[in-house]
Design a protein around this ligand. Structure first.
Ligand code: ATP
Ligand code: MG
Length: 258
């Protein structure tokens, strides 16, 4: 069974793309077939995996708006078992062009359906908004992974995201689950960090991963080399943390299929 996981948080710069690249590549390194989908017009995931979208015949925009099959758009990466469905700037236009189209919330689900069986895991990197692109990701997904930065408004941000999940469940995707919440860019020396971590764990019991992602400069450098952290610096704290998180995510599935 394919597991489709959207990586979402409407707040910008919280580590969605870094988490998408590094969890997907760690899953691939565990010899699972993984696809990572770029649903953000900023296309940071695409460039962070070393892909020059300008050199391609098409990206996800064509799949969502023009009906180009995913097989024509999916690209290889340096890791044999990791594929990517890339994006470019023009994806901004999809949000506008799809607005008055029928089944506009189901475009990504329908794009992925024919290829889903080729993968064990599909991760979808969302833009920092709760607009139609994110809704498409939430409608296509089985679950949502929420990267969270420990700052004062973090809890309010997750609560807003949870009400969006409820709306998506009510209208489009009844089975949508919360895969989990992961703390990113953590600097455990600050009081605010430990306070926020405690508050979130209390408010969402059982939903927060034990693994936390530390602030680590190697994680920030890797995308400029077009590489996931595993290929850039496998001995870094960042690599260690994403491998540990991935182990927990793979375990979630083992538990739920028992
Ligand atoms: P956006 O909302 O704009 O899509 P995002 O949520 O996808 O942002 P990222 O792009 O993953 O966030 O991260 C924001 C910035 O922080 C990037 O420059 C990234 O390299 C850096 N970064 C992410 N995680 C870490 C980390 N654990 N340690 C240090 N830097 C990090
Ligand atoms: Mg991003």
């Amino acid at each position: 069974m394919t597991r489709i996981v959207a990586i979402a948080n409407q707040k910008g710069g919280v580590g969605k793309t870094t988490t998408a690249i590094n969890v997907a590549s760690s899953v691939a390194a565990a010899e699972k077939r993984a696809l990572v989908v770029d649903m953000d017009p900023q296309a940071n995931l695409t460039s962070g995996l070393g892909i020059d979208a300008a050199a391609l015949a098409g990206t996800i925009y064509r799949g969502l708006v023009e009906g180009t099959p995913a097989t024509d758009l999916i690209q290889n990466t340096e890791l044999v078992t990791l594929k990517v469905l890339p994006a470019e700037r023009n994806l901004t236009g999809a949000e506008i062009e799809l607005v008055d189209q029928p089944r506009r919330e189901y475009r990504l689900r329908e794009l992925l359906e024919p290829v889903a069986e080729d993968f064990d895991y599909i991760f979808i990197d969302c833009p920092p908004s709760l607009g139609l692109l994110t809704v498409n990701a939430l409608v296509a997904a089985h679950s949502v992974l929420v990267p969270l930065q420990c700052e004062f408004f973090a809890l309010a941000g997750v609560s807003e995201l949870m009400s969006t999940l409820n709306r998506v469940r009510a209208s489009f995707n009844r089975g949508l689950e919360v895969q989990g919440i992961v703390f990113t860019m953590v600097d455990e020396r600050t009081n605010l960090t430990s306070q926020v971590m405690q508050d979130v764990r209390e408010n969402f019991p059982g939903a927060v991963y034990d693994s936390v992602i530390p602030r680590n400069v190697r994680l920030a450098e890797a995308p400029s080399f077009g590489k996931p952290i595993l290929l850039y610096d496998i001995r870094s704290k960042g690599a260690e943390a994403y491998l540990s998180l991935t182990k927990e995510i793979l375990n979630d599935e083992a538990e739920s299929t028992r």
